[in-house]
Design a protein around this ligand. Structure first.
Ligand code: 2AM
Ligand code: CA
Length: 259
C-alpha cells in the first residue's frame, strides 16, 4: 500500500509537466507507422518517471514506450510505462490524455496507476485490493450491452485494421446505446472500470497502453482479454477487449472470427 501511494505521488507530479506544457506542436517528431508521433513532453515525462520511480522502488526494471530497448517482463518487478497515453490528443490540446504506470511482478499485473491530469482523476489498483478513482472504490456497471456505451480505438498506426475496426464499431453501435472514441486506451479502460461505459475494444495495442488499465479494470470486477479471446499478454502487442461480463459475452458472440 505504501508503494502504491509512492507511485501515485510521483505520477501526480508528472501530471504537472503535461498541464504546464507549451508550444507542444513545435516539439513533435514522427515515429514509424501511420499518424504515430512523439513530443518532447512524452520524453520528458518518461525521464521524470524513470528517475523518480527508481527512488520509490529501486528493485524494479523499466519498460517505456519512448525507450529504445526494453527488458523482458517475465521475471521480477518491471514498471511498464506510457508517459503520455493519447499523444495525438495531447498535441492538439484536446485534454484527453493520461499517464499510465503499471507494475508487473513475474509477468503479471501487481499495481496500476492511470492519471488524467485534466480532470485530476487518479485511478489506481493493487492486486487483490480493489480499484479506486481518487479515494473512492470503483466497480464495473451491471448493465446489459444494449443499455450501455461502447468505447473503441481505431488502432490508427496500423491502417490495415481500420475497416475492421469501423465495421465492428458499427456492429456494436447497433447493439448498444452509442459508441465513443476517446484517443486514449488507458482512459477508456478506466472508464469501463468505473461503470461509465460497458465495453472497450481496440484491434492492436502495446502492453504499456493497457498494463495499468488492465489491473484497474479486473480489480473493479471487469474482464479483459485479447480481441480473439485469449489470455492477455504483456510481452507483445495484441488486440484488446474489456468490459463487464454481459458486454464481453456479446463480444464473444459477435466478434469471434477476429484474428
Ligand atoms: P499512444 O497515444 O500512447 O500512442 C489510440 O487509439 C490509443 O491506442 C492510444 O492509447 C494509443 O497510444 C494507442 N495505440 C493506437 N494504435 C496503436 C498501435 N498500433 N500500437 C500500439 N498502440 C496503439
Ligand atoms: Ca504514448
Amino acid at each position: 500500500m505504501e508503494l502504491l501511494q509512492g507511485i501515485i505521488a510521483v505520477v501526480r507530479e508528472a501530471g504537472e509537466i503535461m498541464l504546464n506544457a507549451e508550444h507542444i506542436e513545435e516539439t513533435v517528431e514522427e515515429k514509424s507507422g501511420r499518424a504515430n508521433y512523439v513530443t518532447a513532453y512524452d520524453k520528458k515525462v518518461q525521464a521524470f518517471l524513470f528517475d523518480r520511480l527508481a527512488g520509490v522502488f529501486p528493485d524494479a526494471a523499466f519498460i517505456g514506450e519512448e525507450k529504445e530497448e526494453n527488458p523482458p517482463v517475465s521475471e521480477g518487478y518491471v514498471f511498464i510505462i506510457d508517459p503520455i497515453d493519447g499523444t495525438t490528443n495531447f498535441m492538439k490540446g484536446y485534454c484527453a490524455s493520461c499517464i499510465s504506470v503499471g507494475l508487473l511482478k513475474d509477468g503479471q499485473p501487481y499495481m496500476g496507476v492511470v492519471y488524467n491530469p485534466y480532470l485530476d482523476e487518479m485511478f489506481s489498483a493493487e492486486k487483490g485490493r480493489g480499484a479506486f478513482r481518487n479515494e473512492s472504490k470503483i466497480h464495473v456497471s451491471d448493465h446489459e450491452l444494449k443499455e450501455g456505451i461502447v468505447l473503441f480505438g481505431t488502432a490508427p498506426y496500423n491502417e490495415e485494421l481500420s475497416k475492421r475496426s469501423f465495421s465492428l464499431a458499427y456492429e456494436f453501435f447497433e447493439r448498444s446505446l452509442d459508441v465513443r472514441r476517446s484517443g486514449s486506451a488507458a482512459i477508456d479502460l478506466c472508464n469501463v472500470a468505473c461503470g461509465r461505459a460497458e465495453l472497450y475494444f481496440e484491434l492492436l495495442l502495446s502492453p504499456w497502453d493497457y498494463a495499468a488499465g488492465a489491473l484497474i479494470l479486473t480489480e473493479a470486477g471487469g474482464k479483459i482479454m485479447t480481441a480473439d479471446g485469449k489470455e492477455l499478454t504483456y510481452e507483445k502487442k495484441c488486440g484488446v477487449v474489456a468490459g463487464n461480463e454481459k458486454a464481453l459475452q456479446v463480444w464473444t458472440e459477435v466478434a469471434s472470427d477476429i484474428r
